[in-house]
Design a protein around this ligand. Structure first.
Ligand code: HEC
Length: 124
């Protein structure tokens, strides 16, 4: 558990260092979000790798995808970070480049709706 929180902090500091300049843009993107709509989008675009419940793929699945539902980890990450990793892709925040950048596929509203849905997933 301590490790997860440590990992969340490391991810966060890398993220903050990488994208300080983008914070201003992001606040403009925080429109009202709709988790129901986000669920449809999540199931269409994200389920293949992250699983319908956000718990990741099978252990044999490559690339290995961590859970989006890890208590003491994902809940410590701000929406702005999730927005960034979803729009810019994993490599942008120092994570796996197997996580695609979705900005040419999904609108700001789509991403905010998906984040709202991720926030509803049960944590483990
Ligand atoms: C091709 C497989 C794939 C697809 C499709 C995919 N992801 Fe990912 N995602 C990954 C991988 C691999 C990582 C990096 C995991 C790691 O390094 O811990 C990742 C990381 C993430 C993270 C960061 C988690 C963290 O630990 O910081 C978020 C948030 C995320 N994905 C959301 C999404 C959303 C939302 C979608 C759909 C729009 C999506 N992903 C689609 C493979 C995928």
């Amino acid at each position: 558990m301590a490790n997860s929180a440590g990992a969340a902090r490391r991810v966060l500091s890398a993220f903050l260092a990488a994208s300080a300049a983008l914070w201003l843009d992001l606040s403009a993107a925080q429109a009202a979000s709709d988790a129901e709509r986000g669920e449809d989008l999540y199931l269409r675009y994200c389920r293949g790798c992250h699983g319908a419940d956000g718990r990741g793929g099978a252990h044999t699945f490559m690339p290995h995808v961590d859970r989006l539902t890890e208590k003491g980890y994902i809940d410590l990450l701000p929406d702005e970070y999730l927005y960034q990793v979803i729009t810019e892709g994993g490599a942008f925040v120092g994570k796996s480049s197997y996580m695609p950048a979705w900005k040419s596929t999904l609108s700001d509203q789509d991403v905010n709706d998906i984040i709202a849905h991720i926030r509803r997933l049960r944590l483990h």
